[in-house]
Ligand binder design. Structure first.
Ligand code: CP
Length: 312
């Protein structure tokens, strides 16, 4: 595998999940693969889990790790071809990507959607700019439209906790005071296309995700109906897609509660706002998988980096 940009770069999700679960027992098994190899982690946005888990995975594989908060410490990048750079940008992606390629063997990038211009966000200028101009493999640590390391960790978590061959999984929108991107929800939906499960998406009218991504899945506007007999409930806020980047409303009745969760397992990518997105009783209860999901971020990164190093 050259790049890991999307969950669709996985050739066989079940075999990657099985291998990741096996690697948890002996994570240093392939330490030789990354000897004398360097990964550079470039963050245009904040992170806790992605930063530490990707670093930990690289360490398990024997890699050297360099981390840069590009968003606050790097030069403002230009992405347009042929631009007269007499405004705010200082360095073109063409040079930046080639220069980064001299210092490391793999580069991982986090660059969120700005939620101002849908076309620009969907063009993924940071990720595709690096993919076009760098000469090394690129790993997506959450871009404008996708968070494939999170979705792979979620697939590992589902596999570890399912008690039937075809569980019911519900993706439920939740209220949030800020406009959040669609990346986590998008990649979770894409990942569910590769699962043998009954999958239902529930959100208030107006919060439809990109219909190209949700095509073929059931959308249920009544949360109570959607949650009936659920085995897993994945809760996530996202802003409007049609009304791009807008917080249409913060209907508090969509917050996840223990009563609504019933017997289902609770999932969320974190960070999460307590008693806004989900009530304390859920997060503090034994049905919450959020910490295990975060732990599995290490093993999703481990399997991705292993696949890249094997063909480097
Ligand atoms: N879930 C996730 O990506 O967490 P961070 O934003 O803290 O990296």
């Amino acid at each position: 595998m050259k790049h890991y940009l999307s969950i669709n770069d996985i050739d066989s999700l079940p075999s990657w999940v099985d291998e990741a679960i096996t690697l948890k027992k002996n994570p240093y098994q392939f330490q030789y693969l990354g000897e004398q190899k360097t990964i550079c982690l470039l963050f245009f946005n904040n992170s806790l889990r992605t930063r530490l888990s990707t670093q930990k995975a690289a360490m398990y594989l024997g890699m050297e790790v360099m981390v840069m908060n590009f968003g606050s410490e790097g030069w403002a990048l230009e992405y347009e071809d042929g631009t007269i750079m007499n405004q705010g940008t200082s360095e073109h992606i063409k040079e930046a990507a080639q220069v980064v390629s001299q210092f490391c063997d793999v580069v991982a990038i986090r660059a969120f959607a700005k939620l101002e211009d849908k076309t620009k966000d969907e063009a993924e200028e940071v990720l595709t700019g690096f993919a076009k101009h760098a000469s090394i493999p690129i790993v997506n640590m959450e871009s404008s439209v996708a968070h494939p390391l999170q979705a792979l960790a979620d697939a590992i978590t589902l596999s570890e906790h399912k008690t039937k061959s075809k569980p019911k999984v519900v993706l439920s929108w939740a209220p949030h005071p800020k406009a959040l991107p669609h990346a986590v929800a998008n990649s979770f939906v894409e990942m569910m296309k590769k699962q043998d499960a009954e999958f239902v998406i529930t959100h208030p009218k107006g919060y439809e995700l990109n219909p190209e991504i949700t095509k073929g899945f059931q959308i249920e506007y009544d949360q109570e109906t959607a949650l009936k007999n659920a085995d897993f409930v994945y809760v996530k806020n996202w802003s409007g897609y049609m009304n791009y980047g807008e917080v249409l409303h913060q209907d508090t009745s969509w917050m996840m509660t223990q009563k609504k969760l019933d017997a289902a397992k609770f999932m969320h990518c974190l960070p999460v706002r307590r008693n806004v997105v989900v009530e304390d009783a859920v997060l503090d209860g034994h049905q919450s998988l959020v910490v295990e999901q975060a732990n599995n971020r290490t093993f999703s990164a481990l399997i991705v980096l292993k696949k890249i190093l094997e063909v480097l």
